[in-house]
Write a protein that binds this ligand. Structure first.
Ligand code: ATP
Ligand code: MG
Length: 415
């Protein structure tokens, strides 16, 4: 699978642009703030339907313009396919603007209803310095990393997550309304129970999928971590059920409010892994019931995968806390390489690898491990500010393009 060409119009800092890529190695070179990340982001948007850096799609439209578009051609198992994305605004884009952004997506020229139809077509794995957030940022970043991988492997997981998020929104709204009442009627409780069941149903599917994916990723990541540390570091990943831990964070009053047996449904991670879907859904429902008063007081849902976390450990110690900067980089590299291998195994061919200025972040040994995982068959689009960090053997085979202030051209030595 490889990207053949990309056309940009009013996308980020690109007024207009057209790039052709080769099947193997491609390098985008440019100084800071010229548009390297924006270019890789454009490919990722057409692969995942989402710009990871942007809080809102309106950010993608060139400031001063009302619309933006991307058109991409790629080859998949010998067939050429096209993906297009268009954004329309009511008024010219500017930083931090509000208002609606109309999106339109086409696959092979045919208009699609939802971004879901982009998933599972052009499969990418990206790696940028931003990925250090997997270790350093809040739990949401870790959950999103896992969920987005799950969606790439199985596009129908997108529906599960959307259904869960919609139910969560509705349930939180209802909790807010009910929290203002002095007493809940039977009808109120029934209404809440409808959303409890939705949350438990879709929540179970999300938790199970995450646990399954983690168990597939961990042995691969463990091997990479071990190779990077001369067999001296063992990587572990734990899935933390916040609802299970909530008890230790609550005041004694809350526990009393919830009843003395509030711990009755709490199980170990291994037990949860072994649970049937129905059993896990029942456990979530029971936890929701036990946390009900606390939820009403906080006006938010406290039980479910939206609260969970991943804990990385090196030789038994929490990595975000105890690992050195270099060890943290190794962990993220091991995780990303595990992701690459897992995606490769699943689709039975090489995904497109997007490397955004990562070589400058890695020392020689780590960079060599990364490059050794990139076969000639795998299309790689790599951005960099200078070519010196890249091995000769790579440069010889690469198509090199320059970007300057949102304009692209073939690099001087390749014209
Ligand atoms: N919607 C937009 N309209 C116009 N310019 C934008 C928009 N969004 C981002 N930019 C600008 O695009 C420029 C290039 O950003 P980008 O992140 O691609 O740079 P880069 O080449 O990756 O730089 P670095 O080497 O520092 O990472 C930035 O100056 C940014 O402010
Ligand atoms: Mg950048």
């Amino acid at each position: 699978m490889y990207v053949k060409s990309l056309k940009l119009k009013n996308y980020r800092n690109y007024k207009s642009g057209f790039l052709e890529f080769q099947q193997g190695k491609n390098i985008i070179i440019g100084e800071n703030a010229q548009g390297k990340t924006n270019l890789l982001e454009a490919v990722e948007v057409l692969s995942t339907g989402k710009a990871a850096r942007a809080a809102d799609d309106k950010e993608l439209v060139l400031w001063g313009e009302n619309s933006a578009s991307l058109d991409l051609l790629f080859e998949n198992k010998g067939y050429e396919e096209s993906l297009s994305f268009e954004w329309l605004l009511k008024e010219p884009a500017r930083p931090g603007m509000s208002g609606r952004c109309q999106k339109s997506i086409k696959v092979n020229g045919v208009k699609q209803e939802s971004i879901k139809s982009l998933l599972g077509r052009l499969i990418t794995v990206s790696f940028s310095s931003n990925d250090m957030k997997i270790l350093r940022d809040g739990p949401k970043y870790r959950r999103d990393w896992l969920d987005s991988m799950a969606m790439r492997l199985k596009p129908s997981f997108h529906d599960t997550v959307s259904n869960y998020n919609r139910s969560l929104l509705q349930r939180n709204k209802l909790l807010k309304t009910l929290s203002e009442k002095a007493r809940l009627t039977v009808q109120d409780q029934d209404e809440l129970y409808v959303w409890d069941k939705q949350l438990a149903k879709f929540g179970t599917l999300i938790i199970k999928r995450r646990l399954q994916l983690l168990s597939e990723l961990l042995p691969i990541a463990e091997r990479f971590q071990s190779a990077l540390s001369r067999e001296s570091e063992k990587l572990e990943i734990d899935y933390a059920f916040r609802a299970r831990e909530e008890t230790s964070e609550q005041s004694q009053d809350d526990i009393a409010e919830e009843g003395e047996n509030s711990d009755s449904t709490l199980r170990s991670l291994d037990e949860i892994k072994a649970m049937e879907d129905l059993e896990l859904a029942k456990m979530l429902l029971k936890l929701m019931k036990e946390r009900r008063w606390l939820e009403l007081r906080r006006k938010q849902s406290l039980v479910g995968p939206h609260r969970d976390n991943l804990i990385f450990k090196l030789n038994g110690a929490a990595a975000d806390h105890f690992a050195s900067q270099g060890q943290q980089r190794s962990i993220v590299l091991a995780l990303k390489l595990a992701e690459l291998k897992r995606v490769e195994n699943e689709i039975g061919e090489s995904p497109v690898l997007l490397l955004d200025d990562v070589l400058s972040e890695l020392d020689e040994k780590r960079a060599a491990l990364l490059l050794s995982c990139v076969s000639d068959k795998m299309q790689t689009i790599m951005s960099t500010t200078h070519l010196t960090a890249i091995e000769e053997s790579w440069l010889d085979k690469a198509r090199i393009m320059s970007v300057q202030q949102g304009r692209t051209s073939l690099h001087l030595n390749q014209v």
